[in-house]
Design a protein around this ligand. Structure first.
Ligand code: UN1
Length: 508
C-alpha cells in the first residue's frame, strides 16, 4: 500500500514535466512539421507536441552521425559501457516521468508501465556488461612464431534504429544502447505514436555521457524511416515492427550499390499454445488470459492461437472465458485496470473489423465489453474449425481456439509451422515426452512450458524468432551485440625489421 502510494506520487510528480519531442541533430533542434499528440486513454487529452523531421533534417542527422562515428568508435568500450550504466541510474531516478508517459502516450497499465521501465534499465545494464568484454582490446589468435594475430570487434558506422509503439521505451532503448555500446553512431526513429518517451530517453542518454554527435533523434512516420534506410550512409538497420515493413526495409537495403547492409529485424508472430488433457486447468486459464490479453494483446509475443485437446476443450474454454470475464477494461491510470486501450483509432478499427468477420465465420466463446470513449477493444475468444482460419497476425486482445484430437496433434504442429512465423510457443502438458517432442519439432524462438508466454526477461530469456518473425539474433541475449559490429583481424609480422609489436596493443 505504502509503496503503491509512493509510486502514484512519483507519477503525479513526473506528470508535471512539459512534454515535447523534436528532431535532435548534434543535440540541437531540427526543422519539421509540428503535430499534437492525443492520448489513447480518451482520445481527447493532449499529451504533448512533436516536431516530425523533414527529409532534410533526416539527411542532416545521417551526416552528423557519420561525422560523430569516428570519435565514438574510438572511445574505449569501458567509457561507452559506463554511459549506459549511468543512463540506467537516471532512468530509475526519473521513473515517475517515464511511467506517466507510458501511461498517457502509450496507454499502458501501471503493471505494464512498471515492467517496461524495469526492462529498459535491464537492457542498459546488460548491454553495458556484455559490451565492455566484447569490445575491449581484441582477442589474440593462435599463430606461427614471428607473427601476431588479433581479432577485434568494431562499430559498423551509422546504425539506423526504428522502433515500435508497443514498447516505446524498452525496445527503443534496447536497440539504441546495443548499437551505441558496439561503437556505432545512431540515428533513431521512434514510432510516430510514441515520440515523447523516446525524446526523454534520448535526453537521458545524452545526460549520461553519450555525446550528442553519436546519438540523433528523428521523430516521424514511415517516410522518415524510409529516408534513413535509403541513405547511402546507413551501415546497419535495426528494426522492430511488422513483417511487412521489415520486407520493405530488406528490399531497400538489397538495392544499394554502396554496400551490403545488414538488417536486424524482430517482427510478428501467429503464436500458438498447445494444451493437452494432462494440463492443470486453473493454471491454463491464468496463463492463457495473461498471454492473450495482457497489454491488450499488443505484444508480438502474445498468444493468438490456442490448441486444446478435445477431451478437455469445453471445460478449459469455459474456465478461460471465466477468467477473461474478471478482467477490468478501462483507464490504465486506475490501479485496478487490467486492460487499457489499443494504441490508436486505426488499430481499433482494424481489430473490430476482424471481430466482425470472426463473429460471422467462427463460434463466439467470449465477447467482452469496452468503454465507448478512447480506443478500447473488447476482448474476444473465438473457436475456429481449423487453425488455417486465422491467416494473419491480429495485434490485439483477440484469442482464437482450435480443438484437436490427440492422434491429430501433428496436424496442429504442421499448421503452426505453415504460418511461416516462429516467435513464441506455449505448451501445457505434464508429459515430458510430449513437451520434448513439440519443442523439438517446431523451430520457434521462445518456448514456454507450463507458464505464460510473454514478458521475456533480459539476460534470462533472450527474445526473438525465425522465419517471418525476424532475423535474430535474440535481444537481451549473449549474441545480440555481435551483429552490430564488424570484425577485423590484424596480423603483424613481428619478426620484421625493428618489429611492429606495439601495434598489437589494440588500445587505439
Ligand atoms: C514485442 O512485443 O515486440 O516477451 C516484444 C515479451 C517482451 C517482448 C515483446 N519482452 O513479451
Amino acid at each position: 500500500r505504502a509503496s503503491l502510494e509512493g509510486l502514484l506520487a512519483e507519477i503525479a510528480q513526473g506528470a508535471r514535466q512539459a512534454c515535447r519531442a523534436e528532431p535532435l541533430v548534434d543535440g540541437r533542434p531540427g526543422a519539421g512539421q509540428k503535430r499534437t499528440l492525443l492520448s489513447p486513454i480518451d482520445g481527447t487529452t493532449l499529451v504533448g507536441e512533436v516536431t516530425e523531421a523533414s527529409p532534410e533534417t533526416a539527411d542532416r542527422a545521417m551526416a552528423a552521425a557519420q561525422a560523430g562515428f569516428s570519435a565514438w568508435s574510438r572511445t574505449p568500450a569501458e567509457t561507452r559501457a559506463k554511459a549506459l550504466l549511468r543512463a540506467a541510474d537516471l532512468l530509475e531516478e526519473r521513473r515517475g516521468a517515464l511511467l506517466h508517459l507510458l501511461q498517457v502516450e502509450a496507454g499502458k497499465t501501471l503493471d505494464d508501465a512498471v515492467s517496461e521501465v524495469r526492462e529498459a534499465v535491464d537492457f542498459c545494464r546488460y548491454y553495458a556488461a556484455q559490451g565492455r568484454t566484447l569490445f575491449g582490446e581484441g582477442e589474440p589468435m593462435p599463430g606461427p612464431t614471428g607473427e601476431s594475430n588479433v581479432l577485434r570487434l568494431r562499430g559498423r558506422g551509422v546504425f539506423v534504429a526504428i522502433s515500435p509503439w508497443n514498447f516505446p521505451l524498452a525496445i527503443f532503448l534496447g536497440q539504441v544502447t546495443a548499437a551505441l555500446v558496439a561503437g556505432n553512431a545512431v540515428v533513431a526513429k521512434p514510432a510516430e505514436q510514441t515520440p515523447l518517451i523516446a525524446a526523454l530517453a534520448v535526453r537521458i542518454l545524452h545526460e549520461a555521457g553519450v555525446p550528442a554527435s553519436a546519438l540523433h533523434l528523428v521523430p516521424g512516420d514511415g517516410r522518415v524511416g524510409a529516408r534513413l534506410v535509403e541513405s547511402p550512409l546507413a551501415a546497419g538497420v535495426v528494426f522492430t515492427g511488422s513483417t511487412e515493413v521489415a520486407r520493405i526495409i530488406n528490399r531497400t537495403l538489397a538495392a544499394k550499390d554502396s554496400a551490403i547492409v545488414p538488417l536486424i529485424a524482430e517482427t510478428g508472430g501467429i503464436n500458438g499454445m498447445i494444451v493437452d488433457a494432462t494440463a492443470l486447468p486453473e493454471q491454463v486459464a491464468d496463463d492463457v488470459v495473461m498471454s492473450a490479453f495482457r497489454s491488450a494483446g499488443q505484444r508480438c509475443s502474445a498468444l493468438r492461437l490456442l490448441f486444446v485437446q478435445d477431451d478437455v476443450a469445453d471445460r478449459m474454454i469455459e474456465m478461460i472465458a471465466g477468467s477473461a470475464r474478471e478482467l477490468k477494461l478501462g483507464d490504465p491510470r486506475e490501479v485496478s485496470t487490467h486492460i487499457g486501450p489499443v494504441i490508436d483509432a486505426e488499430a481499433k478499427e482494424r481489430l473490430e473489423a476482424h471481430v466482425r468477420a470472426m463473429t460471422r465465420s467462427a463460434k463466439v466463446r467470449y465477447a467482452g465489453e469496452a468503454p465507448a470513449a478512447g480506443t478500447y477493444v473488447a476482448p474476444h475468444i473465438f473457436e475456429l474449425d481449423r487453425p488455417e482460419a486465422l491467416a494473419e497476425e491480429v495485434f490485439g486482445p483477440i484469442l482464437h481456439v482450435v480443438r484437436y484430437r490427440a492422434d491429430r496433434l501433428d496436424d496442429m504442429l504442421r499448421a503452426i509451422e505453415a504460418t511461416g512465423y516462429g516467435l513464441t510457443l506455449g505448451i501445457h502438458s505434464r508429459i515430458d515426452a510430449t513437451v520434448q517432442r513439440i519443442a523439438d519439432r517446431l523451430s520457434v524462438g521462445n518456448v514456454y512450458v507450463n507458464r505464460n508466454m510473454i514478458g521475456a526477461v533480459v539476460g534470462v530469456q533472450p527474445f526473438g524468432g525465425h522465419g517471418l518473425s525476424g532475423t535474430g539474433p535474440k535481444a537481451g541475449g549473449p549474441h545480440y551485440l555481435l551483429r552490430f559490429a564488424t570484425e577485423q583481424t590484424v596480423t603483424v609480422n613481428t619478426a620484421a625489421a625493428g618489429g611492429n609489436a606495439t601495434l598489437i596493443a589494440m588500445g587505439e
